[in-house]
Design a protein around this ligand. Structure first.
Ligand SMILES: [Zn+2]
Length: 135
């Protein structure tokens, strides 16, 4: 397990590395559309895990949010995923997510903000709000 400081360094290192490698898709228009493309590829990889590989299934039904507390509701809601993703599908999904993160780092570089700061703010917000963040 990597501690918090090393994780921030890892994000910072990736963002710095990405800044020197983007040639063909340097325009923010290319970066924005690449993010869309890899978002679709991530969803496609999950769908192919269901429809081609079969390592996971999706068994979805209406979620029941009626509970006394949000903590109770959290215990009742379901991901609708049945089974475990296999190593092959996981590898494909990791590649697609990695490419998405690459272009997310590119977006951050282009607009001059640090991803590690964004991750830290989101982590702090999530810790503070907990289940009341309700995403
Ligand atoms: Zn699979």
């Amino acid at each position: 397990m990597v501690n918090g400081t090393n994780q921030e360094n890892l994000i910072e290192e990736l963002q710095n590395q990405v800044s020197g490698t983007l040639v063909r898709h340097k325009s923010i228009l290319d970066i924005m559309t690449k993010l869309d493309e890899y978002n679709a590829r991530i969803n496609r990889a999950v769908a192919k895990s269901v429809t081609s590989c079969g390592c996971i299934e999706i068994d979805a039904q209406r979620q029941d949010f009626n509970s006394e507390t949000l903590t109770d509701a959290l215990a009742k809601v379901d991901s609708h995923v049945v089974g475990d993703i296999c190593p092959n599908c996981k590898e494909v999904l990791e590649q697609e997510i990695g490419a998405y993160i690459y272009f997310l780092a590119s977006l951050a570089n282009t607009l001059d903000f640090r991803l590690k700061d964004t991750v830290k703010k989101e982590l702090d917000r999530t810790k503070t709000l907990g289940v009341y963040g309700m995403k």
